[in-house]
Design a protein around this ligand. Structure first.
Ligand SMILES: C[S@@+](CC[C@H](N)C(=O)[O-])C[C@H]1O[C@@H](n2cnc3c(N)ncnc32)[C@H](O)[C@@H]1O
Length: 395
């Protein structure tokens, strides 16, 4: 085996067979820019969708030898060994490398298990034992993720490394951040973390990483945010990789937009990593879907930090009260009585089920069920996601 990297941009790769193996391999070939031609009477739906989107060309028929013309690489992935052998032999004659799905040892090319991270690619082979190759790839990936695999750069990265990364940390459990989010936290020199961000992620960071606890910055509310932005920009301009870690998704009542604007205005490159918002995660964690076929086709995420009669509110409470969609209320504990009364006055059924999920995705997670009519008397404490609508009924 002689490992080699192939530049496939614009080069034809012939894939014969549209089943499981083609389904797994074709996306990566497309990612590499290959001109993929699929020959198969039938194909997985996902491959059909790629053909419909003109990401590849699909000939809906059996293989014929002329299909090999112009190909740089062939993947013989039919479920008929005889056909794969025939393709392989014809490819050999034409001096085209051929990967076989059925018998790697009879093939002229093998596909490694591949992992990619931060400009690095690891490709592993294990004599005819693809699971072993995948296990090694995963072991390397785990060490990358844990940050204990050292691979210093000796050349500048092709792309400038963004100085600030705005990371949605998910609803609280360290397992519910995205893979990209977790990697970005581990790659940071400075982490500015909010109160509702997954704190467990910070425990594993090396001592030299500066952790700024945004919840403890001792000013009033507005100044908090100004000071956070100031610190974020200051550290980034000093050449530090800054991770701004927030609870849920930073762009859902998370002031992420302001931070994006401020950093951009200061000439700092920003990367945004979305997170799983508590608006969706909290109901899901107690088995409440926010939409349901035949029951409700819309949901609205609302900030309840201002009472419905507050002149500053931007929420159209009349429309919400008159509709039948699910209402997902964040920051709604303080004004819950007024909000429930307003919804009932505007037409929502007083019997509408309500579920409040408190401290979601933590060991303290608690849920309370009520009806819209009596939810104001329920034992609901902050932070809570309050779901109002038919979907909140006990299943
Ligand atoms: C300022 S908002 C931030 C929302 C966040 N960006 C998100 O996408 O989840 C804070 C509110 O989010 C809700 N929240 C966030 N995390 C929560 C959790 N773990 N459990 C319950 N509610 C949560 C509460 O309604 C809380 O008052």
């Amino acid at each position: 085996m002689y490992p080699l990297g192939l530049r496939l941009v614009g080069r034809r790769v012939l894939v014969v067979g549209g089943g499981r193996v083609a389904h797994r391999r074709i996306p990566r070939l497309l990612e590499a820019g290959a001109d993929v031609v699929l020959v198969s009477p039938a194909a997985h739906i996902a491959l059909e969708a790629l053909a419909d989107a003109e990401a590849l060309r699909w000939h809906r028929r059996e293989f014929t030898p002329s299909d090999l013309a112009g190909a740089w690489l062939v993947l013989a992935a039919t479920d008929d060994s005889g056909v794969n052998s025939e393709i392989s032999a014809l490819a050999e004659d034409a001096r085209i490398f051929c990967v076989r799905s059925d018998d790697a040892s009879a093939a002229t090319a093998w596909t490694p298990a591949v992992g990619r991270h931060d400009g690095l690619t690891v490709a592993t082979f294990a004599d005819n034992d693809p699971r072993r190759a995948a296990a090694l790839r995963d072991a390397v990936a785990d060490r990358w993720e844990a940050g204990d695999l050292v691979a210093p750069r000796f050349r500048p990265a092709a792309q400038p490394v963004p100085a600030v990364t705005l990371i949605g940390g998910g609803p609280g459990d360290a397992d519910l951040i995205t893979v990209a989010g977790r990697r970005a936290v581990r790659a940071a020199d400075v982490v500015i973390a909010d109160r509702l961000a997954p704190a467990a992620l910070l425990e594993d960071l090396p001592d030299e990483v500066e952790i700024i606890d945004a919840a403890k910055i001792p000013y009033g509310r507005q100044l908090d945010q100004d000071r956070i932005i100031e610190l974020m920009i200051e550290r980034a301009l000093a050449g530090k990789a800054v991770a701004r870690l927030k609870g849920g998704d930073g762009f859902v009542f998370g002031r992420g937009g302001e931070e994006l604007d401020a950093a951009t205005a200061a000439g700092i490159a920003v990367r945004v990593i979305p997170g799983v918002s508590s608006a969706l995660a909290a109901p899901a964690l107690v088995g409440v879907p926010v939409t349901e076929r035949g029951v409700v086709h819309d949901f609205t995420v609302i900030s309840g930090h201002l009472a419905p009669d507050d002149p500053g509110t931007l929420v159209d409470w009349d429309r919400l009260a008159a509709g039948r969609g699910t209402l997902v209320l964040l920051m709604g504990v303080r004004h819950l009585a007024a909000i429930a009364a307003r919804l009932i006055a505007g037409g929502r059924d007083a019997e509408t089920p309500v579920v409040a999920v408190m401290d979601a995705a933590s060991a303290r997670q608690r849920e309370v069920r009520a009806r819209l009519a009596d939810v104001a008397d329920a034992d609901i404490t902050s932070p809570a996601v309050i779901v109002i609508g038919e979907v909140a009924r006990v299943r």
